[in-house]
Write a protein of this length. Sequence first.
Length: 355
Amino acid sequence: MKLLERARAEIVALQPYSSARMEAGTGAIMLNANESPWPSVGAASALNRYPDPQPAALRAALARLYSVVPANVLVGRGSDEAIDLLVRAFCRAGSDAVVTAPPTFGMYAVAARIQGATVIEAPRGDGFVLDGQAILAAVTDTTKLVFVCTPNNPTGDVVPLAVLAHLAGALRDRAVLVVDEAYIEFGDDTQSAISLLSRHDNIAVLRTLSKAHALAAARVGALIAAAPVVALLRRIQAPYPLPAPSIAAALAALEPAALADTDARIARIRGERDRLARSLLALPGVIAVFASAANFLCVRFADAPGAYRALATAGIVVRDVGGYPGLSGCLRITVGAAKENAALLGALGACEAAA
Ligand SMILES: *Cc1c(COP(=O)(O)O)cnc(C)c1O
């Protein structure tokens, strides 16, 4: 695979750490990993044995969920870990670069800077529409990764699949197009870039169980990519990335009954999102509510600090995204349960009445 020539040569050549669990998985008497033979009495379940580094059942369940084969799945500590692994595997400190299109998720730039890679920012078009041409114009010989978030955090807009296919084609053998789909489940039949993987082996899709699947505290995410890319990242991943209770929680969340409940929660959030958007827009202090295919709304206020303070006084915490390029006066509001959204609208309405 030609793309791997763009990875750091020392990572491709690295003799990876081989953990006890990888060398020998099961036996009647396990004396190879210096574990305790007894569980802690304080643990809810027995945790004295190291977990499987890439649990086959979880990989298989995620592969089914995302319509790929297990070799295309890297499971890890949230999609945050996948972002870090991609940057570390591909970017040489001091010489390589990543391209991002702000306003977008801040972790891409942070992970790149921690690695010592340059962050090149491509401008967006009117209404924050992702500009494929601007992204390609920002790509140089040393660009290894291009990050696209769809639906985008914090604006909520979706990048059409045709734009992603065009980008992937133009970046073939040169850079990985990383498509972060953390919120895709909340969209209107939004098609996943996973469907492009068979034609474009330089796409890596990030999915997470943190949002729609309601498992943020479990820290389970997946990277979906060509098998050689998955194998490359495995070389630098921590020996035991997933705690056993998180593996169990993820497997339970992927059972048919839990998936049906997830679908019902998604439908509820979508309904609440559209109701909340209309109600916010009716408030005189609200200038704009960005169309969102995610579980949050980006809202521009006439007086964002005043709105933030009124909400804080009512015990309601939202995210101030006014510091992002182009988003001055904006707050990002997560769509909550009906009662929570009503409380938010009440607090904003009361603050305007007082003004
Ligand atoms: C929340 C979020 C994630 C998910 O991160 P996890 O580490 O899987 O919890 C990824 N990308 C974006 C853009 C997000 O907003």
